[in-house]
Write a protein that binds this ligand. Structure first.
Ligand SMILES: NC(=O)c1ccc[n+]([C@@H]2O[C@H](COP(=O)([O-])OP(=O)(O)OC[C@H]3O[C@@H](n4cnc5c(N)ncnc54)[C@H](OP(=O)(O)O)[C@@H]3O)[C@@H](O)[C@H]2O)c1
Length: 238
C-alpha cells in the first residue's frame, strides 16, 4: 500500500512511518521539519520512504506537496491525518470562558480540523484512484460530549469537529457504489509518551502505531456505523 502520514517527524507519526516501512509498504512522510529519524530511515528504506515538506495549516504548502507528489504517484491508498497540536495544559487555572486565548483557539482549529479537511481536499483525488483505500483521522478520547472537567477545551472541540467531519465524509463515501469500499476511521491512539501526551502518558507510541497498521491492513474486523475506535479497533464512547 501507499499511505501518506502527516506530522510524520516525531511522536505517533514517526512510529507509523517505521511500522509501515517494516511491513513492506510505501510511506509518504510529510513534515515541517524532518528531525533526525526520517533522514536515517530514508537511507535504510530508499524509495519506499518518500519525504515531503507539508505544513497542514497552510493550503499553499499542501498544494505544493500535492503537486510534487503527483509527479511520483498516480494514486495512493490512504491518508493518516495525524498532525495536531495541544496548546492547553491541565495546570491552567483561569476562567476557560472569559480567559480563553482566542489566538490559541483559532490556531488549534486551523491545525486539528482545517488541516485534515485541506489535506483531504487536495489528496482525495489520488485516493479515489487507489486500490485498497482508507482514511484514518487521528482523534482522541476527549472527542465526545459526555465529558468531565473543563481542560483542553480548544483541543477537544477541534477533535469533536474532526470526528463529525469524518462521519459526514464516511456517510458520503459509503452511499456511493464506486467509493463504498473506502474505509474511514477516527482513531483514539491511547495516552502516549510523546511531546503532546506528556501530562497523561501510559503507553509508548509504537503500540498504537502497530494497532493502526493492523486496522489499515484489514487485520481487524470493524463493522460499525460510527467508526470512532481505539487503536485496538474497539468502539470508543460517543
Ligand atoms: N499523545 C497522546 O497521548 C494523544 C492522545 C490522544 C490523541 N493523540 C493524537 O495523536 C496524534 C499524534 O500526537 P502525538 O502525541 O504524536 O503529538 P506530538 O508528539 O506533539 O507530535 C505532533 C506532530 O504534529 C506535527 N504538527 C503540528 N502542527 C503541524 C502543522 N501545522 N503541519 C504539519 N505538522 C504539524 C508536529 O510537527 P512539528 O515537529 O513540526 O511540530 C508533530 O510531528 C495527534 O493527532 C494527537 O491529537 C495523542
Amino acid at each position: 500500500m501507499v499511505i501518506l502520514v502527516t506530522g510524520a517527524n516525531r511522536g505517533l507519526g514517526i512510529e507509523l512511518v517505521k511500522e509501515g516501512l517494516k511491513r513492506g509498504h510505501t510511506v509518504i512522510a510529510t513534515y515541517r521539519n524532518p528531525g533526525d529519524d526520517l533522514p536515517r530511515l530514508k537511507e535504510e528504506y530508499q524509495d519506499r520512504l518518500v519525504m515531503q515538506v507539508m505544513d497542514v495549516e497552510d493550503f499553499a504548502s499542501i498544494s505544493s506537496a500535492y503537486d510534487s507528489l503527483c509527479g511520483k504517484f498516480n494514486a495512493i491508498d490512504g491518508v493518516v491525518n495525524n498532525a495536531a497540536v495541544l496548546y492547553e495544559t491541565k495546570a491552567f487555572k483561569g476562567d476557560p470562558i472569559v480567559d480563553m486565548d482566542l489566538d490559541m483557539f483559532h490556531k488549534t482549529f486551523e491545525i486539528n480540523i482545517h488541516g485534515p479537511v485541506m489535506v483531504l481536499k487536495k489528496f482525495m483525488p489520488l485516493i479515489y484512484k487507489g486500490s485498497d483505500r482508507c482514511i484514518v483521522n487521528i482523534s482522541t478520547e476527549g472527542a465526545k460530549l459526555k465529558t468531565e472537567g473543563s481542560h483542553y477545551i480548544a483541543y477537544s472541540a477541534s477533535k469533536i469537529a474532526l470526528n463529525l467531519y469524518t462521519q459526514k465524509i464516511r456517510n458520503y463515501l459509503s452511499a456511493r457504489e464506486d467509493t463504498k469500499d473506502i474505509r474511514v476511521y477516527m482513531i483514539h491512539p491511547g495516552r502516549m509518551f510523546t511531546v503532546m501526551g506528556v501530562e497523561n502518558a501510559q503507553i509508548q507510541p509504537g503500540e498504537p502505531a502497530f494497532g493502526i497498521w493492523d486496522i489499515i491492513e484489514k487485520k481487524k474486523k470493524i463493522d460499525l456505523d460510527i467508526p470512532f475506535i481505539n487503536y485496538k479497533a474497539e468502539q470508543m464512547p460517543l
